[in-house]
Design a protein around this ligand. Structure first.
Ligand code: HEM
Ligand code: HEM
Length: 145
């Protein structure tokens, strides 16, 4: 396919990534608030619902980004694995999946899931930084000179 026809796809990727970072900030803030302040009552329930909703949004955004990345790369090259961006992308997807899975376990009362949830959430910051840096690098190939 012709180069410029692909640029819009990477633009969606860049916007979804911006949204993902905002949602991540919301998750970190609401999660830490629950962890440290342990709010009860109605405001506590509202905060936990916000955290859960933001988590579902992050799962959606990450899946969208994975889809765009794979479809775009296959469309352009016919194969995957052209840069470290693939590894960092899969790393982020795995961490978000771990976050969601441990969240489910926590809601079922499994206490071992909490440290895993916190670990995955913290590592996700590193993952996002890596995927952003490598994605930014690789997007230069598609920009008009
Ligand atoms: C897939 C995304 C996520 C989902 C679905 C999710 C869901 C949940 C759920 C259901 C809880 C238990 C809340 C409760 O006590 O009822 C929780 C707790 C928590 N989450 Fe997340 N979360 C996600 C991502 C994150 C991320 C990225 C972070 C950190 C940056 C984070 C930090 C926390 C913290 C600190 C707690 C508090 C644990 C506690 O003290 O009870 N979460 N999360
Ligand atoms: C959670 C975030 C993201 C995930 C999970 C993700 C995932 C992927 C994956 C799996 C690929 C295929 C890579 C390959 O096989 O070589 C890809 C390609 C690509 N992604 Fe991402 N991506 C993310 C964020 C971004 C961002 C923020 C940008 C741009 C700033 C971006 C730009 C690109 C570009 C340009 C390609 C084509 C790769 C190439 O030409 O070698 N991605 N992405």
């Amino acid at each position: 396919m012709h180069l410029p026809s692909f640029l819009w796809l990477w633009k969606i990727a860049a916007w979804s990534m911006g949204l993902s970072l905002a949602v991540y900030a919301l998750l970190a803030a609401s999660g830490l608030w629950v962890l440290i302040r342990r709010p009860g009552g109605r405001s506590g329930r509202a905060l936990r619902r916000l955290h859960l909703g933001a988590g579902v949004a992050l799962v959606g955004l990450t899946s969208l980004l994975l889809g765009i990345g794979v479809v775009g790369t296959l469309g352009r090259f016919g194969s995957l694995g052209h840069s470290p961006h693939l590894g960092s992308g899969l790393f982020v997807v795995a961490l978000v999946a771990t976050s969601a899975w441990t969240a489910r376990q926590m809601l079922r009362g499994r206490r071992w899931a909490k440290p895993l949830h916190l670990g995955a959430g913290s590592l996700l910051l590193v993952g996002f930084a890596a995927v952003l840096a490598t994605g930014w690098q690789v997007v230069q190939k598609y920009l008009p000179p």
